[in-house]
Ligand binder design. Sequence first.
Ligand SMILES: [Zn+2]
Length: 340
Amino acid sequence: MRYLSFPYREIPEAAQRREVAEGVYWLRFSLPFALDHINLWLLADGEGWAIVDTGYGNETTRELWQQTFAQALEGRPITRIIVTHYHPDHIGQAAWLGQTWDAPVLITQGELALAQKLRGIPDELIQTEGAAFFQYHGLDAERARLMTENGNRYRNAVTQLPESVEILRDGDMLEIGGHQWRIVGGNGHSPEHACLYREQDQVLISGDQVLPTISSNVSVRMDNANDDPLSDFLDSLQRLGQLPEETLVLPAHGLPFKGLRGRTNALIGHHERQLARVVAACEQAPQSAADLLPVLFRPNLTPHELHFAMGESLSHLNYLERRGQLKRQEVEGVVRFVTE
Ligand SMILES: [Zn+2]
């Protein structure tokens, strides 16, 4: 990845902050997954701190926050909580932080609405209709059962949502610590993702909309099965890539980097290659989303990873179907895609 440079390679210790731009500090929290950390961003805001993203909704994260309050935050208050998107590692502690500091939570309408909707899905519905959905897309009954037997995992990872919020919109300007930050909307990884951009010195807090070393998951969810999030994601990458080349990108996972346009182009290229693989496979024989897993992803995915992989396989199929490059066929309760 010669097109990227990493100006800050020294990862902050637990509960410590590291300055990466004027008044902008890097915090790193652990996550209980293969993706083992998330970066949160602390912005000096008068007597206190604005925080961007909040960590996973578990007890370990709250304990780390308690240490962080005393150490990185030096006992100064959190003034506002900005949530980039609905995923549990980003929104997990938003309600708790808001209550602890009596501070507003800022989030887009699209992200809040999806978080509320997902928390409301009953366990039994996931165990029955969720499992049926994955079988309809070609998974065997046993793997479909393993993926859904725990019911609503989102509700376990986001134990509460804030009771009231301030709604963010694309293009909104936020003044934080005397600096202007613009909300830059993105789509495809989540419905209405918020990045924050400080034009004065070209700093972008990118959330999961663009990451330096991994490709953000772009998934079709069963509650929106005909959606085409890959189109949205590719459009958003094109737009983000228009920001100045000198922009310092502060991602939610991995190291801060420069080389935004090179990275957005590489990610677009990755999806174009994945789309070509799907078309080539469908030219040989009809393919379900599950049939395509070995074509698109490494083998031996855990049930947790299978959710992302099935969703992403479907996002490529829906993208191609919408453009008339593939057609769906249903045979004996399984849907497969073929070229015309
Ligand atoms: Zn995410």
